[in-house]
Design a protein. Structure first.
Length: 345
């Protein structure tokens, strides 16, 4: 387990965290009583506004995730339609080629007065001649059946490919309409986010230096974890970014918000995750808090609007909020745990 070497500045921070969690409807975590100097009303207001901005930011990033997914659906449906068109064209070509052969063989069978068993007997001077004629008739009948079956198969494949192409184009139309709708949703959510973030930044600048110092939280210096595997690689990638500034909506490599840090860290480990907590909360599989291992992603609050990566020993690395850098903190200080997800071993 890592051995953190940090100096906590928690007295004001913990009081603010408890207040802001209660304001958001979550049950406050067990928090040590502040010994002196509670945070000012301005600092408490900032934490409340920051949490609201975080929710809006994750909504915005979720809309971006959804839009990207619809664009991928559109590309996939278009590719499927093109492939189905090729299959249909090939099947139609074979169908036309076989149509003439089937027509000729069918006409020969229908008109050939001599091409039947009775005719073969009457026309045969010897038993051997009869057998030769009968074998020829059987062979022609076999060829005719094969041609008919091949023709029917080509026709079926052409019709099936046309249906697939039609379904793919219908899917592409839906995906395109959904993508267009989400573009409008993204614009609206970004406007809301930008407005809220601007208010947070304005309130932060109004804080006293004492409040800013209190809100800065913990200066962490946690070393790399030993081990291998994607989960450990993600933890170490996140730990390497301790001290990087928090920026709403940032996805790295030098600035992060909470979900941006999680996505970036796991990308360094070869695991692709969506960019928002709204989407990340469905990744991997659920595990209980008692089962947590380094690399598990912990989500907080009823809205699952904040997350971080568990590093073991009750600690997590995360990008907290405005005015705080990427740091390591005790999970128990963060408030209500929404869920824990394991996305890699």
């Amino acid at each position: 387990m890592p051995n953190p070497h940090h100096v906590p500045k928690r007295t004001a921070l913990l009081a603010v965290a408890a207040v802001s969690t209660a304001m958001l409807g979550g049950a406050p975590a067990a928090v040590a009583e502040p010994q002196s100097g509670e945070a000012s009303q301005a600092a408490q207001k900032l934490r409340e506004l920051s949490r609201q901005a975080e929710v809006l930011t994750e909504d915005y990033k979720k809309a971006q995730d959804d839009h990207a997914a619809k664009r991928r659906d559109l590309d996939r449906f278009n590719a499927e339609a093109q492939q189905a068109d090729k299959v249909a064209a090939g099947a139609h070509a074979q169908e036309e080629q076989l149509r003439g052969q089937v027509d000729r063989l069918s006409e020969a069978s229908y008109k050939g007065a001599r091409m039947n068993s009775i005719g073969a007997i009457l026309e045969s001077e010897t038993p051997d001649a009869f057998l030769d004629r009968a074998a020829a008739l059987d062979l022609m009948a076999q060829h005719n059946n094969e041609a008919v079956h091949a023709f029917a198969d080509a026709t079926h494949r052409a019709e099936s490919a046309q249906q697939q192409a039609h379904a793919a184009r219908a899917g592409a139309e839906r995906a395109e309409a959904d993508a267009a709708r989400l573009e409008g949703d993204i614009a609206a959510r970004k406007k809301d986010m930008d407005t809220q973030v601007a208010e947070v930044k304005e309130k932060y600048e109004e804080l006293s230096e004492q409040d800013k110092d209190a809100l800065s939280g913990v200066t962490s210096a946690v070393g790399q974890l030993a081990g291998s595997g994607a989960a450990i690689k993600a933890v170490n990638a996140a730990l390497s970014k301790q001290g990087s500034p928090y920026v709403f909506g940032a996805k790295g490599p030098s600035e992060f918000d909470c979900s941006g840090l999680v996505q970036w860290a796991y990308k360094q480990a070869g695991v692709d995750l969506p960019s928002s907590t709204r989407s990340q909360v469905s990744a991997g599989r659920s595990v209980s808090q008692s089962e947590m291992k380094p690399g598990d992603i912990i989500f907080f609050y009823s809205s699952a609007s904040h997350d971080g990566i568990y590093i073991g020993n009750g600690k997590m690395v995360h990008a907290p909020t405005e005015g705080q850098d990427v740091t390591v903190e005790e999970v128990k200080y963060m408030g209500e745990v929404h869920s824990v997800r394991r996305v890699a071993g």
